[in-house]
Design a protein around this ligand. Sequence first.
Ligand code: ZN
Length: 560
Amino acid sequence: MRKFSKVSASVLTLGLLTACVYQQSDDQSTSYDREIAAATKTATGADAAARIKSDVAYLADDAREGREAGSAGYEQAARYVAARMENIGLQPGGENGWYQQVPLRAGVTRQDKVEMSVTTADGETKLLANLEDFRLFPSLGRVSFELSAPAVFIGYGVHAPEAGHDDFDGLDLNGKIVVFFSGAPTSFESEQRTHFGSSALTRKEAAMRGAIGSITLLTTSRVKRAPWERLVANPQRASKTWVGPDGKADISGSEIVGSAVLSMDASSMLFAGSKRSFKEVLAEADAKGGAPKGFDLPVTVSMKGVLDITDVTSPNVIGIIPGSDPVLKDEYVVLSAHLDHIGVNESLQKEGKDGINNGALDNAMGVATMLEAAKRMVEEGPLKRSVIILAVTGEESGLLGADYFAHFPAVPIDSIVADVNLDMPLVLHSFTDVIAFGAEHSSLGGIVKAAAKQAGVTLSPDPIPEQGLFTRSDHYRFVEKGVPSVFLVTGFENGGEEKFQEFLTTHYHKPSDDTGLPILYGDAARFADVNYEIARAIANAPARPTWNEGDFFGELFASE
Ligand SMILES: [Zn+2]
């Protein structure tokens, strides 16, 4: 599952990049293939629980090095999944075989070259401390940038005139650095709040109005969810985006060349001498439904940054189960699960600790249960619609593999009737219910409810709507293309809530998310059953799923 804060980049064209595409030598390939063949064989002979266990064991092995998109460990994981798909009896759905190669641009900020300062109206300049006061996110569009411009506060930076809210109204952003609170006002319903609270969306809107830089401020609730230490952890980790067939990197708000996030302590500097203090606007932003109005800040902000940029490719792995109905076979149900994870934490390794983020539950388990559901589809006879089994790359870097697939799908996007996404199914308790984030937005809700019953579990409503999880994993890239989708996980009943909270605080995105956890593989097999029943119900239904009448997401993305 993807992290909360994503300060993603903006793009410009650049000619200075040297391509460095990941390649393996033939010797290595042979030994990987032997290993994969052995692991695949283990998976084949066993029962469902043992197969899932064996898949998770391979994918979450230390040798996969945390499966970061573009890494050798990810490449091995992708080969393994392709071998398993072949062995299950799927048909390859990639460009030339099982893979859709996703070109990725990765940029690591040179922490020794970062500078930021604030100059007040009376000419006093204060230098800010890197990673203590701020963290810089240069645009992936250029290798270096230097920026000095007046700042303008734009509240939460939300442009939602249809909801009667427009933070940009009446402000001149041309040639300025926009300063805005992370998130969106609590007056928005939780999922809409997550949508409008995206800082990438704010930057896109600001760039359209002439802004050239952006600074994110933190609210109290934001800091509670993710403390500053977590925001500045792993500064060597690359930001990534995909590069289209035209060679252009995908960056929203590309005119914004530099972005930063400021610590709460440093934020008051920007408001020095202004009509309202940071304390005042923060109190308003923190208040229920609060939404401070924007105004010009009497300061000039300077930022400077350099990126080490590399281009890599990393594959989505695609298998197809052809449908049996002469007409409906041209429609596709997508089952998706991300295969990548967050790689290795070098800081931990330097301290002599285990730094490999194995991602056993996030999301080797999602991939393994997806493969098991696919196996049942093949074995239990044909479904009317065709099914695409999609293991995607780059989820942890911003849903990149899914976004690339949604932009350049293996089949026409209009022929995709639904996506059912599996991300981080926690099988640490004997679950009796499942949650399908997004179920209330489309006719998928009813289908999932009936299918869950068929598999012997109940469908529960979203127990944590404030987290807006519907917008946080790969299926959302399908939603943005108008495809009704759900994101399926195990439920909170029968002790699930405690396990969920414990996992989030103790193991989520940490090396301890590994096979040492007390994973219940029998329950994982049951989860695969639920997933199978859902896919079967969608694939065999007379009509394709539809968005509910007047649904926010259905209407927002209807024209896409
Ligand atoms: Zn994750």
